[in-house]
Design a protein around this ligand. Structure first.
Ligand code: SF4
Length: 285
């Protein structure tokens, strides 16, 4: 949950998650729709799919017990080298480094190598953790340092416990950060067709397995090639896309690949669609 999402957002959801899925067995056997529903609002739904698939793999291949070997962790869906490094060091105290965005930044500054490749950073991270007394605490400290003192836009070197060893301490980091190019955000325009029925409710379709909002439920959506002249009903921001959503009430029969839903709280809908429906008619929620 903490990949790409802040701790304060995750904490209440983390507790609720374990109420829904108290153990690996229950998670593995739950329908994917229930898993996506429990994840609703956290974004980056691929993570929910990966957790679900990982639970199934642990039941199928590891007798329901999370594997202790780093290599086995790497074979689990959604667990890359850095996440496996974190799990292995925190749970089994192995010398396996974490290399998330925060740690990369700290290492680049510490060694004054702003252009260091991932390969070079992995080597630096491995050398450092090999020399540490406690890999779990080392990894957590590096992550915390990047999240709190050595942030992308500011470095509080005066409060930093490693400033004596850091080759970039007290350099003009704010200026360097502001010169960094941002990835452009692409504008996308979607017409959202709202089919309603007095008894049956709202017509929803499940999004394809890949792409934006994969596997979530939405009213039929049509991507528009041109920006409409009217204002959108709602604008939803994703990491690299700005979705302009235009709702349209449709009286014709809905397409065949979907279903009428009386109570939309039973399914996982994207936050952007929730906002659009609330603006359309608060009774939808
Ligand atoms: S001294 Fe400054 S630049 Fe170096 S790690 Fe600490 S906060 Fe970051």
């Amino acid at each position: 949950m903490l990949q790409q999402t802040q701790v304060k957002t995750v904490l209440p959801r983390y507790k609720a998650w374990f109420q829904s899925f108290p153990n690996i067995q229950q998670l593995a056997t739950a329908p994917l729709d229930d898993v996506l529903k429990a994840w609703e609002g956290l974004g980056y739904y691929r993570r929910a799919r990966f957790i679900h698939a990982t639970a199934q793999q642990i039941i199928d291949k590891h007798q329901g017990i999370f594997p202790e070997q780093f290599e086995d962790m790497l074979n689990l869906p959604g667990i890359g080298k850095s996440t496996a490094g974190a799990i292995a060091s925190f749970c089994f105290n192995t010398n396996t480094p974490v290399l998330d965005g925060n740690v990369k930044r700290v290492l680049k500054r510490w060694h004054k190598q702003p252009q260091a490749s991932d390969r070079q950073l992995w080597n630096l991270a491995q050398t450092a953790i090999n020399a540490s007394q406690n890999p779990a605490i080392w990894n957590q400290s590096m992550m915390e340092l990047g999240a709190t003192l050595c942030q992308a836009r500011s470095a509080k070197c005066v409060a930093c416990p490693v400033s004596k060893h850091c080759k970039s301490a007290f350099s003009n980091i704010e200026e360097q950060a502001s010169n960094k190019k941002k990835t452009p955000v692409k504008d996308v325009f979607w017409q959202i067709n709202i089919h309603t029925h007095p008894e049956k409710g709202l017509w929803l379709e499940q999004r394809p397995e890949n792409g934006i909002w994969a596997g979530l439920w939405t009213p039929p959506m049509i991507e528009l090639t041109q920006k409409p002249k009217t204002s959108p009903c709602h604008i939803h921001l994703l990491t690299h896309r700005r979705l302009h959503l235009y709702s349209k009430k449709v009286t014709s029969s809905p397409p065949s690949n979907g279903k009428w839903v009386k109570d939309i709280s039973m399914l996982a809908l994207p936050t952007g669609i929730h906002h659009l429906l609330a603006k359309q008619d608060p009774n939808f929620l």
